[in-house]
Write a protein that binds this ligand. Sequence first.
Ligand code: HEM
Length: 481
Amino acid sequence: MAAETINLIQDSELELHDMQGILIRGYGLLPEAKYLLLKFEDGNLARSYLQSLYMYITNGLAKPLEQAINIALSASGIKSLGIEENDFNTFLREFKEGMAEPHRQFVLGDEGEFSAEHWSWGNPSGEQVDALLMVFAHEHEYMEELLEREKKRMEKFGVKLIEALPTALLRDHKEHFGFRDDISQPIIKELAKSKGKGDFPAGEFFLGYKNLYDEHPLSPSVAEKEDPKGLLPVSYEDPSRRDLGKNGTYLVFRQMEQQVFRFWEYMRNQSTSEQEAILLASKMVGRWPDGSPLTLCPNNPNPEKSLENGFNYWNEDRYGLKCPIGAHIRRTNPRDHLVTETSAKDSEEMAAKHRMLRKGRPYGPPLDETLEPLDMMLKADDGKERGLHFICLVSDIRRQFEFVQNIWVNFHKFGGLNNDADPIIGNHFKEGELKTDEFSLPHYPVRKRFKNLPNFTRVRGGAYFFVPGMKAIKFLAKALE
Ligand code: HEM
């Protein structure tokens, strides 16, 4: 990141020193990352663990070039640390219930063979995940050293390492299907490189700041007497309480396996040429593999537009003739065109309330090192597991992540469609009235319909976490001491 940007960040109104770094950056300069799933064997020891870890945690002011460590806690993790029941109850309901709770599973479309009981972690009958330790390093050997150091700390404080989830960045910021990812992110006003550029107040993604409703998002708090040393700021909701959420946020984690062979096999089988197969896959994503948006480049990719994000749908592409209404990027962010709204402005305002700050990384080896669709179409199924650790930060799990997953990704009548779920990440297994395995391609004079879409992704594990601010970590580390 340029020095100029850092200065602007330091001048911003956000309390970066009290935030964990993951809120502010994706650690792109640290290509090695491991996500460690932890279980606390003993509450007292877990608090000592947090105390011991504290000085190694990277805050939002730091610009790490070698390593970074951040921690997030699940609902069971917060409880293990010994927080009072009344205080625990101030966390968001979705967080307290967790991603694997039956109603949440229904909302998320994690049903049948895709339900949490089949996950390898986050499974209610499996090991309880109390914390997520995110470790980043600039190179492999250094990562090994960091892991050794952290494992020793865990052993000392009775913290069990359930699993160390690997990650592997792919060339040119691509995900495993071969498409450029990480282009469209909401820009936070307080962090925008130039004044007046950002569209989103920090409170959409971080607790303790105003959101799009000009209100502070609901933030967990503790009774004043629980914080005799006055570590925490006064709660916005109730001045007699202390704000545990300030400078923290909620983190959604979904480990999503990608069936890359199946993906390109389907595209190839539905097309008369490789070029047509690439067009079909791009129609499903909404961008060409190089990232150029179909709305601006309907016939061919344009390398000059590969990072372009300044486009809309209402005037440019209302009927989805360029970027289909059901394409992944159009469902997860319909921008200024939602068929339920009567104007571009209303749509834009509505869509803005359901954005997420995406922070995930891919894992597993690519099907083909080049990640070029033409090469991947020639490959046999190698049977290896690969996918995306989808991670996003939101201040309101239900309004942002769950709404998108429920109403836009999996709803088969989204945008006036009939039997379509998101072609890339939706569930394609439902039958009858709720059939979801089609993809409609608006086309003149009649639309084309692709049927029997297999599932191209599958959740392998997941959980909701809370990423505490630095003061909140200190507080939690000493709770009930
Ligand atoms: C394996 C799973 C997934 C894959 C392969 C995938 C792939 C992609 C790709 C290639 C893009 C275009 C790059 C960009 O615009 O930044 C994209 C954008 C996006 N994805 Fe996903 N994605 C996955 C999971 C998810 C999930 C679970 C969600 C949320 C429920 C999601 C939400 C979004 C959003 C909000 C955008 C930006 C859309 C825009 O603003 O235009 N994705 N994804």
